[in-house]
Design a protein around this ligand. Structure first.
Ligand code: A3P
Length: 307
């Protein structure tokens, strides 16, 4: 007779190897094919006026901003912010994977309002209901060089992303927009230009590193939230890189090891500005700069790559 519970049996089963997804263009934007199975439902998603959206290009400090917002909405109380892991507290709108993980839409359906929602979609692919409902949106942008280094390491360890291959090959693909969510320049510019027409707070990762308290206060003002100084101190402390790295509710350590292979790289990797200098060759830096100048000509959007 088998006396093992199904949980014990599951615990003994080796985790299945994941087949990495392919990128498939959706209206010209490459996305992992696993996300596209749900696309019709994502596009029809009905936002509520009280929904708050956090949008980013992947690896621009999304989780950091999510933690800051959750802390602001919960008055700087670390106990309430440890109620669940990040994926459940602030679901990832377009996430879909059939391998026993709830989709973003599944998680959102269970969430009480006011909801906070994460997306990496470029502005032009955002479900229209967010605009119709005049939802507040926070966009966090990170300089393209550090963003690239962070994305490369993430793709090495995250089996739900295509295999990044060699650093040089990845560098070229990033510059040509052949990575998940397409061209970084288009993403940051698309949201930058949209902030003139919609309620978007545009925040820079580098500014958050330089003075987290100042940027947290900006987010509070945008959310019309006032908190005593001690609560703001708490937020600064609990959303620091070191605090979040040690917090299982924000460091993604709850993701199964066959998906996030932390022996390759960790989710909370370095959290710095200027790490690109440890990876870019002189030629890559020149190529990046040339491309950046060409693509951002005429735009007031500026990034700092060192502090
Ligand atoms: P690195 O890979 O450069 O370390 P996202 O949440 O969008 O996936 O972004 C992840 C990046 O943000 C990682 O960058 C991660 O270390 C960094 N990060 C997460 N929390 C942070 C924090 N509190 N302070 C600074 N960086 C943080």
């Amino acid at each position: 007779m088998n006396t093992m519970s199904s949980c014990e049996e599951a615990a003994q089963d080796p985790l299945p190897e994941i087949r990495r997804p392919r990128l498939v263009p959706l209206r010209g934007v490459p996305l992992p094919d696993i996300f596209l199975q749900n696309w019709e439902a994502v596009e029809k998603f009905q936002a509520k006026p009280t929904d708050l959206l956090i949008a980013t290009y992947p690896k621009a400090g999304t989780t950091w901003m999510q933690e800051i917002v959750d802390f602001i909405l919960h008055d700087g109380d670390p106990v309430r912010c440890r109620r669940a892991d990040m994926q459940s507290r602030i679901p990832f709108l377009e996430f879909a994977y059939s391998g026993h993980m709830p989709s973003g839409l599944d998680l959102l359906a269970k969430l009480a309002s006011p909801r906070v929602i994460k997306t990496h979609l470029p502005f032009q692919l955002l479900p229209k209901s967010f605009l119709e409902q005049k939802c507040k949106m926070i966009y966090c942008a990170r300089n393209g060089k550090d963003n690239l280094v962070s994305f490369y390491h993430f793709d090495l360890m995250n089996k739900l992303q295509p295999d990044p291959g060699s650093w040089e090959g990845y560098f070229q693909r990033y510059l040509h927009g052949n990575v998940s969510y397409g061209l970084w320049h288009d993403h940051v510019k698309g949201w930058w230009e949209s902030k003139e027409r919609f309620p978007i707070l545009y925040i820079f990762y580098e500014d958050m590193k330089e003075d987290p308290r100042r940027e947290i206060l900006k987010v509070m003002t945008f959310l019309r939230k006032e908190l005593p100084d001690a609560a703001v101190d708490n937020i600064v402390h609990h959303t620091s890189f070191q605090s979040m790295k040690g917090n299982p509710m924000s460091n993604y350590s709850t993701v199964p090891a066959n998906i996030f292979d932390t022996s390759v790289s960790s989710f909370m990797r370095k959290g710095e500005v200027g790490d690109w200098k440890n990876y870019f060759t002189v030629a890559q830096d020149e190529a990046f700069e040339d491309d950046y100048q060409r693509r951002t000509r005429g735009s007031a959007l500026r990034f700092r790559t060192v502090l």
